[in-house]
Design a protein around this ligand. Structure first.
Ligand code: LLP
Length: 427
């Protein structure tokens, strides 16, 4: 993150404190999150999109009550994907009308909770859900504001598991074959629904604005068809999240203002061409807000040199706190942060303590050859999709999230304890 720096003694400092103090006070492994950096990124997104657009933070990247309060204070909205994410948002004081509810298989209970709470929008993902939400809203004597999520047929250049706009996948309703137009037709007929817009999310960890531009072009095309068929101009479009971040120096991410400018231009141009009022735009960044704001602090345990191959450095966590390397072949960097070293760099693989060989945190990286057990190393850019995808594999206790600000760390999600796990085991 922006406030990370190395002192003269080689010890890395963040948010006015240093990693030795953090490790001593909170233990390792730990996710260390820089609150000022988080807030600055929220502001950058707000400023880039301005008052005529809405920025919904994607809570799946990382959600906690502190994060919800920061988002609220910084003027962001929130996208949630489950009843418990919704409950977390409401418990931390996010106004319901600033919450969007997503998911391809929301339960009837979740839908009812969302409608009762008065969420700003539910994003409809299937024909069945159109009917389900309408029925529930009707039963509660209300009209629910909804968007319809469409797949625009864009091939996003990212890992297959996180690309979402090509047609053969579980999310959304395809534009192709008039399916999205049919969904709109049905939604417009139902009293329980107030159709406010169209939603598209093309994928995640994307570096190029062209995929978003194609998506915007196609979504505006649908708005035009809707106007022509129904005489209705839908007032909103949401172009989802997906902006990539730098995990390693080779990554070259776009800034929020670049994506904002590109989207505004294309939406405005396409709407003018089609004779449409320019709809209110929204986006849903998750990774690009929280990803760079945190690093994972580990203690080095075993070091195993394999002659002629590489050296395996084992840390006190692993795939239970960062599944991304095993799951997506994600690349990370790593640094020694607890002292200075002039030693030669050695090629290492940073691995966890779990019982499988795929338990890799950083596939290939260089660390000083004098690395020793007890050293602290840090893996940057673990704010998104690490704590939120953490597991208890091998009964690992999920690490805490420590927010640093003004020279001190504060636990915002505490470390799991043996008791926490034992309590679940009731047999
Ligand atoms: N909006 C929708 C509808 C989404 O499905 C997602 C992410 C986002 C917004 C936020 O995307 P972001 O800006 O964070 O890329 N676990 C994977 C990423 C899965 C993303 C799922 N949806 C990973 O660790 O890379």
């Amino acid at each position: 993150s922006k406030t990370v720096a190395r002192g003269a003694d080689g010890v890395v400092r963040v948010g006015g404190t240093d990693v030795l103090r953090l490790a001593e006070e909170f233990g390792t492994p730990a996710y260390v999150l820089d609150e000022a950096d988080f807030r600055a990124r929220c502001q950058a997104w707000r400023d880039a999109f301005g008052p005529d657009a809405d920025v919904f933070y994607a809570g799946k990247a990382f959600l906690s009550r502190a994060v919800v309060r920061w988002l609220h204070e910084e003027g962001l909205n929130l996208d949630v994907c489950s009843g418990v994410e919704l409950a977390t948002a409401l418990a931390a004081g996010m106004p319901a009308d600033r919450i969007a509810f997503h998911g391809n298989n929301k339960s009837a209970v979740e839908i009812e909770e969302a409608v009762r709470a008065g969420v700003g929008r539910i994003v409809l993902d299937s024909f069945q859900e159109i009917v389900r939400v309408a029925h529930i809203a009707d039963g509660l004597g209300t009209r629910q504001r909804v968007q319809i999520r469409v797949t625009v047929g864009v091939e996003a250049h990212t890992h297959e598991f996180i690309a979402t706009a090509h047609e053969d996948q579980k999310f959304g309703i395809p534009l192709a074959g008039g399916q999205a137009a049919e969904a709109v037709r049905r939604a417009l007929k139902l009293d329980g629904l107030d159709l406010i817009g169209i939603h598209s999310h093309i994928g995640s960890q994307i570096f190029d604005t062209s995929g978003f531009e194609v998506a915007a072009h196609r979504v505006v095309g649908l708005l035009k068809d809707i106007r022509d068929e129904h005489g209705v101009e839908l007032p909103e479009i949401d172009l989802g999240g997906g902006l990539g971040i730098a995990y390693t120096p080779a990554d070259d991410p776009r800034e929020p203002h670049e994506i904002a400018t590109a989207l505004r231009e294309i939406v405005t141009r396409e709407c003018e061409r089609a004779g449409l009022r320019v709809p209110r735009l929204s986006v849903e960044p998750g990774r690009a807000v929280v990803g760079p704001t945190a690093f994972t602090l580990y203690e080095v345990g075993t070091i195993k040199p394999l002659d002629g191959l590489r050296t395996y450095v084992s840390v006190d966590g692993g795939m239970s706190d960062n599944i991304r390397t095993a799951l997506y072949d994600a690349e990370y960097s790593v640094a020694l942060v607890s002292r200075a070293s002039d030693a030669e760099p050695m090629l290492v693989r940073v691995v966890g303590k779990h019982c499988e060989s795929g338990d890799i945190v950083v596939r290939d990286a260089f660390l000083p050859a004098d690395l020793a057990p007890g050293d602290l190393i840090a893996v940057p850019a673990t704010g998104a999709y690490c704590r939120s995808m953490a597991s208890n594999y091998n009964h690992a206790l999920r690490p805490p999230v420590v927010a640093v600000a003004d020279g001190a760390g504060r636990v915002i999600v505490r470390r799991e304890t043996e008791d926490d796990l034992m309590r679940l085991d009731v047999g």
